[in-house]
Ligand binder design. Structure first.
Ligand SMILES: C[S@@+](CC[C@H](N)C(=O)[O-])C[C@H]1O[C@@H](n2cnc3c(N)ncnc32)[C@H](O)[C@@H]1O
Ligand SMILES: Nc1nc2[nH]cc(C(=O)O)c2c(=O)[nH]1
Ligand code: SF4
Ligand SMILES: [Mg+2]
Length: 210
């Protein structure tokens, strides 16, 4: 149990359950191959059975950390900061992103969109999930749509999501890691037949970096 004071700070987004931070190369999506400092915030209730960071789900396992400390660490490393999780939009992202912008960072988010959008973002990567569909605010503001392909039905889901996202969003299909041998060839064919889509791979996993 958090003390009342800490809980109040978390509620307003002045403290956040920090799981890990690391400087690496963005492995996925539009900004693949570019250096970025990742901040992983704990807590997610979406429950994707193939999630590659299940350790993030229980927010209580990750210590509430002041955003000043998070920003101080981040600004030592990189012009670009990626906020991920867990599901970062479970928390109020306004103060954290405001502070990062005051420090002249480019601020990106990786989100399922399952909660309403908070914060000021230079880039929003929406990766929608069937279990808990995105909110309108995230569909309307996403810069990229990155749909995970675990089975053939996911191509239908991807087209449904492309209908809902704003028309400027760049569209990506990314194989679920454990099914990549089976799904990557299907994605390649799909993109050649439907060139509004692009392929996204989890390149950091091939590079053996975080
Ligand atoms: C771990 S999630 C955290 C951010 C947010 N909860 C979300 O799902 O967008 C970061 C990205 O990894 C993707 N991802 C998670 N597990 C994956 C897996 N096994 N294979 C491929 N992509 C995966 C998610 O879809 C998302 O785009
Ligand atoms: N290198 C690297 N790129 C990533 N892009 C999105 C990631 C995430 O987990 O949100 C991720 C990650 O965990 N590592
Ligand atoms: S929404 Fe993101 S963090 Fe949550 S279970 Fe799904 S992939 Fe994992
Ligand atoms: Mg990851």
């Amino acid at each position: 149990m958090l003390s009342k004071e800490v809980q109040l700070e978390v509620n307003k987004g002045a403290m956040l359950p920090l799981m890990e931070e690391f400087y690496t190369i963005q492995g996925e999506g539009f900004h693949t191959g570019t250096a970025a400092y990742f901040i992983r915030i704990g807590g997610c209730d979406v429950g994707c059975h193939w999630c590659d960071v299940k350790e993030s789900w229980n927010a209580e396992l990750h210590p509430p950390t002041g955003i000043e400390q998070i920003v101080t660490n981040a600004t030592k490393y990189s012009e670009t900061v990626v906020i991920t999780g867990g599901e970062p939009l479970m928390w109020d992202m306004s103060l954290l992103t405001q502070k990062l912008k005051e420090n002249n960072r480019k601020v990106h988010i990786e989100t399922s969109g399952a909660y309403p959008l908070t914060g000021t973002w230079d880039w929003i990567c929406l990766s929608p999930k069937k279990n808990k569909l995105p909110t309108e605010t995230v569909y309307d503001n996403a810069h990229e749509l990155k749909v995970i392909i675990y089975n053939k039905h996911d191509f239908i889901f991807a087209e449904e999501q492309a209908e809902k996202v704003n028309p400027n969003a760049i569209l990506f299909l990314q194989p679920e890691w454990s099914k990549k041998e089976e799904m990557t060839p299907l994605i390649v064919d799909y993109v050649m037949n439907n060139p509004k889509w692009r392929v996204s791979l989890q390149t950091h996993k091939y590079l053996n970096i975080p």
